[in-house]
Design a protein around this ligand. Structure first.
Ligand code: HEC
Length: 299
């Protein structure tokens, strides 16, 4: 007898728990439904790029671009975590678009060829840029701000040591030394009259110089394959009227700066200390390049 009410109670309790569970679940479902529709109304206009990214890229690169998509585990080479550095390419719109279209040969990163119309390609690349701009993934090595700026511009930071000597001469036979610029940030630009990439980007380098006019910044365009400064100057002027070049006369300046491919760049800080180096042509007008240089110029 005494057990009956207990049984009755337990039935009652079970029923109540069941009802409660239904109520909670129902609430959850309703809540979930509401929040989904909320995120959708935000997500849709948010970007076409995000939409394309989720469909075409997230399976490898992860929905937040952290290189942790569902297919990532089975791949030989890890998909890029966009928040980390370094990247293989420059982190700017044209370079990202190029990677999307062409892929990365020798890796599983697929080229989309012309599957995307230009506006879609732009939106997608812009979304990748956004993902690249977020805070680095916490489990990985955290890069300093300068590291990131350098890497975005295609540079690597180097040990802060005394910049090797250079003996330079201009078209008029004036002798110049690095130490003549010790209050300035100096960009050494090693180029050659026989290097088509170098000649092609001369004008854009000249624009960079101009954009920092009046600031403590100078670019020395050191010709590496023509001893006669007059001849080198003539050729450079054809590609970038107004540019002033120099030649290296000691004969060992290139070795000291380990110049193996052209164009090559070194950034030397005030006081003649090495800051960063890089090789290869790039879009000098890009935000990444300008921001990095700006960050190295003393106020
Ligand atoms: C099948 C997996 C896969 C898919 C899908 C994929 N990627 Fe990748 N992606 C990779 C891998 C792997 C790498 C790294 C390759 C390497 O450098 O070793 C990479 C690298 C990249 C890079 C970095 C380039 C650099 O300079 O380091 C970008 C940008 C990129 N992917 C964008 C995209 C975009 C945008 C999409 C969608 C349209 C996409 N990827 C789709 C696997 C993928």
């Amino acid at each position: 007898m005494s057990q009956m009410p207990v049984k009755g109670n337990s039935v009652l309790i079970t029923t109540m728990v069941g009802l409660f569970a239904i109520a909670v679940l129902g609430g959850l479902l309703i809540g979930k439904k509401r929040s989904t529709s909320e995120t959708q109304t935000v997500a849709q206009p948010d970007s076409r790029g995000q939409f394309l990214y989720q469909g075409m890229c997230a399976s490898c690169h992860g929905s937040e671009g952290r290189g942790d998509g569902v297919s990532a585990e089975n791949l030989k080479s890890a998909p890029r975590d966009f928040s980390l550095r370094p990247w293989k390419t420059l982190i700017d719109l044209p370079s990202i678009k190029k990677v999307i279209v062409e892929g990365i040969p020798g890796t599983v990163m697929p080229g989309m060829k012309n599957a995307l119309a230009e506006p879609d390609l732009d939106s997608l690349a812009n979304h990748v840029l956004k993902l690249a701009d977020q805070n680095p993934s916490p489990t990985m090595k955290v890069f300093s701000k300068t590291d990131r700026l350098a890497s975005d511009a295609g540079f690597v930071l180097v040990a802060n040591s005394a910049a090797p000597l250079l003996q330079l001469e201009d078209e008029q036979g004036n002798k110049l030394k690095l130490s003549d610029y010790k209050d300035k940030t100096v960009m050494l630009h090693f180029w050659g009259v026989q290097c088509p990439h170098c000649l092609k980007e001369m004008q854009s380098l000249l624009e960079v110089e101009k954009s920092f006019q009046g600031r403590s910044f100078v670019v020395l365009h050191v010709c590496t394959d023509e001893e006669d400064a007059k001849i080198a100057q003539q050729i450079a002027s054809k590609y970038a009227p107004g540019i002033k070049i120099v030649v290296e006369t000691s004969g060992i300046g290139l070795a000291r700066y380990e110049v193996q491919t052209l164009p090559a760049f070194w950034l030397i800080g005030g006081g003649g200390r090495t800051l960063a180096r890089s090789t290869g042509a790039r879009d000098w007008a890009s935000n990444a390049c300008l921001t990095f240089i700006e960050s190295l110029i003393p106020n």
